[in-house]
Write a protein that binds this ligand. Sequence first.
Ligand code: ADP
Ligand code: MG
Length: 159
Amino acid sequence: MHKDSQGFERTFALGELEATNALGARIAASLQVGDTIALAGELGAGKTTLARAILRALGVTENVPSPTFTLVQTYETPRLAVRHYDLYRIENPTDIDELGLDEALDEGAALIEWPERAGSRVPSDALHVVLSLTNDDRRAHIAGPSRWANAFGEVSHVR
Ligand SMILES: Nc1ncnc2c1ncn2[C@@H]1O[C@H](COP(=O)(O)OP(=O)(O)O)[C@@H](O)[C@H]1O
Ligand SMILES: [Mg+2]
């Protein structure tokens, strides 16, 4: 779905926690107001860990809890505001209209766990990160607008 319409696609091996932190730092360095980062993958695949890495790299020092129950957590960072969503518990994509995604993107960026729950309400220019954990093999498959290619220039990746 995203592959044909979007210009950037790559897979990264995330064997060590440091690799996930480095990926988060790369995403953070290129994150702009209006950006959505969709974080997909099964329970325990590392969505919250990557969101935390992005927020830490943006300078967030406070605790970054999983928004499993609150559905959304808002952070002010020196460069931009970030809202971190976990949509696992929403029942209908329209529920996201009450969670302020439009406002979030006017003012900053959005990190969205379980983006498939939001259906077509996920912006079409989102960076899609699909995290997987098979046996001990952790990976991130990333696809999105071609401007993101610049963000990942030097990071080692799986072909
Ligand atoms: N390389 C890695 N990247 C991300 N998480 C890792 C890694 N290695 C181990 N983990 C652990 O896997 C778990 C991932 O959980 P979490 O990020 O909450 O997943 P999700 O939000 O997808 O349910 C955490 O306990 C984390 O410490
Ligand atoms: Mg999570």
